[in-house]
Design a protein around this ligand. Structure first.
Ligand SMILES: [Zn+2]
Length: 145
């Protein structure tokens, strides 16, 4: 299906054309990511509504997946550096930290080694803990009665 000069069904005024521009964002796995400026998306020239067709959806999925995995890996690497430093200071094992986070032993190591897509919730949690690893102590008390 071609969107070339299709009239926009949202506003009924504009024409839908393939547009590449910066400043677009998309949710991916719960994270708000910047869409690559070069990626063309059929867009209404009047109201700005995006009409994502099959081929565009595939390109978008592929691009956002790459961006997500790279960014998640950066965030996790930074957070883990801070967590490991804190763990050494407090003589905590990585396994005990994984237990605090509700993870199985070795999960954090595997997370870094494998090219998986960790959930945005997990990346967010690690990012916050990485900014202040003392929060690990707070986690010990969260489920206390
Ligand atoms: Zn429109």
């Amino acid at each position: 299906m071609s969107f070339r000069s299709m009239r926009c069904r949202e506003c009924g005024r504009g024409r839908v054309r393939s547009v590449a521009k910066s400043g677009r964002f998309q949710r991916y796995q719960g994270a708000l990511l910047r869409v690559p400026a070069k990626l063309k998306i059929p867009t209404c020239d009047a109201c700005g509504e995006e009409w994502v067709d099959g081929p565009t959806a595939e390109k978008l999925e592929s691009a956002l997946s790459t961006i997500y995995r790279k960014r998640a890996a950066q965030i996790i690497a930074r957070a883990m550096k801070a967590v490991r430093h804190y763990a050494r200071q407090k003589s905590m094992s990585l396994a005990s930290i994984e237990a605090l986070l509700g993870m199985s032993t070795g999960y954090l190591s595997r997370l870094r080694a494998e090219r998986r897509e960790p959930s945005a919730a997990l990346v967010n949690e690690l990012a916050l803990i990485g900014k202040d690893p003392r929060r690990l102590r707070e986690l010990e008390k969260v489920w206390e009665q």
